[in-house]
Design a binder for this molecule. Structure first.
Ligand code: ATP
Ligand code: MG
Length: 400
């Protein structure tokens, strides 16, 4: 049931995407492939028209019109979850001589830099006059003459020259560049991610998206205690995540009234925990509305007073959906490294107050008991506060 394209690509380059572990998933494989292709199609829209199809765990991306932005498209595809490696391949005529010439020029710099190499050929056009092995031997032998410094090594070559003889042309490419890895966004369901302006929650969101989870973002905003710049910063962070996650909706929740009520009626040492319980309750409401099946936070065990095991138990207790904390076992240093890699770090460290920092108690409770928490909450009309906050939600949609 392999798909045969009905027309040749326009231009002389195409992309090959190598799919990762999703290939192992048996019957789900087709669903995963479809999702990957759909995600690729959507992300590539602004770079031109492309034909996208999968064959033998490779997804082919071919320009359908002149003037496609190939550099932009390649950069975008390198952030597409579900792809472990991606190559840019050069088309040429289907003759051994043309293939050799293309390998020499297109991979010239790679051939100069490598000390060992091998050639690997594939033929989907079985009318080609050489077998794959004969073609590899021919191209390998000739390359060796043209680049005498490089040695053939069939087992651990520094460079593999790939040749593919296909329906409309032959293609030559070198080793694939690393892809984003993970699973295509959407195959893992949908979850609501609690996004603050800090370093951690963008990384937590990214990690779950990498596992194929489609995200809806929730941000709690305490105007005038926090500035409009603090909100813009969070929207910028969400925007920075879209090249990885695709289009994102940020649900901005007005949180001021809840915080003021807490300050008026509850013991200061419990502020943070009570606040976080409200965040979880409201996020669960959002999840119900958008059909999400989990919540995500950027908590890491022991990082601050509200991130002890007891504190997490107390905050998770108000909701029935599973709470995912992908950073729970990570050190700050590892989190920072990831934040730099995905491009959120510089924005996260901009100095705008978050609603949590504004109301931080001087002596926060680190080992709370559920009874004292529920006792403190008895002074509040929880349902009314949650409802009012949900009613006041503002939605911002961000495109990659
Ligand atoms: P971060 O770096 O993500 O801000 P943090 O180490 O500062 O995390 P806390 O402030 O205790 O930790 O918050 C823990 C988690 O609660 C955050 O990672 C985030 O998921 C969520 N959270 C905190 N503040 C907000 C907010 N204003 N809006 C949405 N979610 C929030
Ligand atoms: Mg924070």
């Amino acid at each position: 049931m392999s798909y045969v394209p009905s027309a040749p690509p326009v231009g002389d380059e195409i992309f090959l995407l190598k799919m990762g572990e999703m290939v192992l998933k048996g019957l789900n494989r087709r669903t995963f492939e479809e999702r990957l292709m759909g995600n690729a199609r959507r992300r590539l829209q602004k770079y031109g028209k492309f034909r996208i199809y999968s064959r033998q765990s490779i997804t082919y991306v071919e320009p359908k019109e002149a003037g496609c932005d190939m550099d932009g498209a390649f950069a975008t595809l390198s952030r597409l979850f579900g792809v472990v490696g991606l190559s840019r391949a050069k088309a040429c005529e289907k003759t051994p001589e043309a293939i050799l010439e293309t390998a020499k020029t297109y991979l010239h710099d790679d051939l100069m830099a490598a000390r060992t190499f091998k050639v690997e050929s594939k033929r989907s056009d079985k009318t080609f006059p050489m077998t794959s092995i004969q073609l590899s031997q021919y191209v390998g032998g000739e390359l060796n003459e043209a680049f005498p410094h490089i040695q053939a090594d069939m087992h651990h070559p520094e460079l593999t020259v790939h040749v593919e003889v296909r329906d409309f042309a032959a293609y030559v490419h070198g080793d694939p560049a690393p892809g984003a890895g993970g699973l295509p966004v959407g195959v893992g369901g949908k979850a609501v991610s609690l996004l603050s302006g800090g370093i951690d929650s963008p990384v937590a969101s990214w990690m779950m998206a990498k596992r194929g989870v489609a995200l809806e973002m929730v941000h709690f905003f305490s105007y005038p205690y926090t500035s409009p710049e603090a909100k813009d910063k969070v929207l910028t962070l969400a925007q920075l995540l879209t090249p990885w996650c695709g289009r994102l909706t940020v649900h901005v929740v007005p949180f001021t009234k809840i915080q003021e009520q807490l300050r008026l009626h509850c013991p200061e040492a419990l502020f943070t925990l009570l606040m976080r319980r409200f965040m979880m309750r409201i996020s669960e409401r959002v999840a119900q509305r958008v059909g999400a099946h989990g919540l995500i936070t950027g908590e890491s065990l022991g990082q601050v007073a509200s991130q002890t095991m007891e504190a997490m138990a107390v905050t998770g207790q108000v909701c029935t959906l599973p709470v995912f904390r992908p950073l729970v076992g990570m050190d700050k240093e590892e989190i920072v490294r990831t934040a730099r890699k995905i491009g959120t770090f510089e924005t996260s460290i901009l100095p705008y107050e978050d609603c949590c920092t504004v109301f931080t108690p001087r002596h926060p409770k680190t080992h709370p008991k559920l009874e004292e928490i529920t006792e403190a909450e008895a002074a509040l009309d929880i349902e009314a506060l949650v409802e009012e906050a949900v009613q006041g939600i503002e939605r911002v949609v961000l495109d990659p």
